[in-house]
Design a binder for this molecule. Structure first.
Ligand code: NDP
Length: 283
């Protein structure tokens, strides 16, 4: 039996939950495989990827700061990677790098799981942020059929770049609002997604007026450390549906696991409990 080798490349990468998650599935499904965290600096990325391919790795996940660079190095790409111009998974096929982006479908699956039927009736979604996670969030909302997607970022210039990059790939009407000006749209907002890194590891969450959202709206935070960010705590206190970032992490991971190890693993309550325990223990 061949042992499949894979890993996650990032800088830093010691905080990544991916090795723990993939080992859980390897063990659960009795698959002979390995999945390791690989700390790689930006200027070493292409040489390390070439060496991993030579060593016999099947592929690697990519995390900060490598997602855009990995896409640029790829020979072919799936539609989500092409649309977002970012890859969170590279498969090594003979002499080719094949780029995938499972963040988009991973978030769409997490939103569907949490929102049920409401996931298909999103009129207006607001996405805070304009980095790689915001690109995935816009594409996921579009995949769920949102009619309009409003993008709000602290640095206005980055929102224009995002809209230019994505407008050809999405059916929804994309528009930009100022950080302090999107509240006029709040009463129509069905889904608010924090795709900024604000709220990560004890920093303040974005200061957005949740009280202006309609009853029945949902708030999703892609930050999962802490699991309940200050933003989600406010949403819960207000009776809004709150969706944490662990759902996206697990679903994008399951899609990547299937591409790497050949079977779709379960996103189960046991896996969630395993990862929550790791977060509580500070990993
Ligand atoms: P980037 O570095 O590409 O983008 C960061 C974004 O956060 C920018 O839009 C930046 O705004 C904004 N930002 C940072 N600090 C603040 C602040 N204090 N107030 C307002 N805006 C702020 O990161 P990514 O897009 O790759 O990731 C964003 C977050 O999403 C991270 O926390 C990451 O952990 C999480 N994530 C979660 C995933 C999951 O599976 N749950 C998957 C991928 C990412 P500006 O342009 O003004 O600097």
């Amino acid at each position: 039996m061949t042992t499949v080798l894979a890993g996650v490349v990032g800088w830093p990468v010691s905080h990544s939950l991916s090795p723990r998650m993939h080992h859980f599935w390897l063990h659960e499904n009795a698959i002979a495989g390995g999945y390791v965290a690989l700390p790689v600096r930006q200027h070493d990325l292409s040489s390390v990827l070439a060496a991993l391919r030579e060593t016999g790795f099947k592929g690697v996940n990519l995390t900060l700061p490598h997602k855009e660079a990995a896409y640029a190095l790829a020979d072919i790409a799936d539609p989500s990677a092409s649309a977002s111009q970012a890859a969170n998974l590279l498969l090594f096929r003979d002499l080719q790098f094949e780029a995938h982006n499972t963040d988009v479908e991973g978030l769409a699956l997490s939103l569907r799981e949490s929102l049920g039927e409401k996931a298909t009736g999103i009129g207006l979604a607001v996405v805070l942020g304009a980095g790689g996670a915001a690109r995935a969030a816009v594409l996921a909302c579009d995949r769920l059929g949102a009619g309009q997607i409003c993008i709000v970022n602290r640095t206005a210039a980055r929102t224009d770049v995002l809209v230019r990059a994505l407008s050809a790939s999405v059916k929804a009407k994309l528009f930009v609002a100022q950080w302090n000006g999107w509240e006029t749209h709040a009463p129509q907002t069905r889904l608010l997604i924090n795709a900024t890194s604000a709220g990560l590891n004890g920093t303040a969450s974005p200061d957005v007026p949740l009280e202006l959202l309609p009853g029945g709206a949902a708030v999703c935070d892609l930050v999962y450390s802490p699991l309940e960010t200050p933003l989600l705590a406010r949403a819960r206190a207000q009776g809004l549906t709150s969706i944490d970032g662990l759902g996206m992490l697990m679903h994008q991971g399951a899609l990547a696991f299937e591409l790497l190890f050949g079977m779709r693993p379960n996103v189960s309550a046991a896996l969630r409990a395993h990862l929550e325990q790791a977060l509580r223990n500070g990993m």
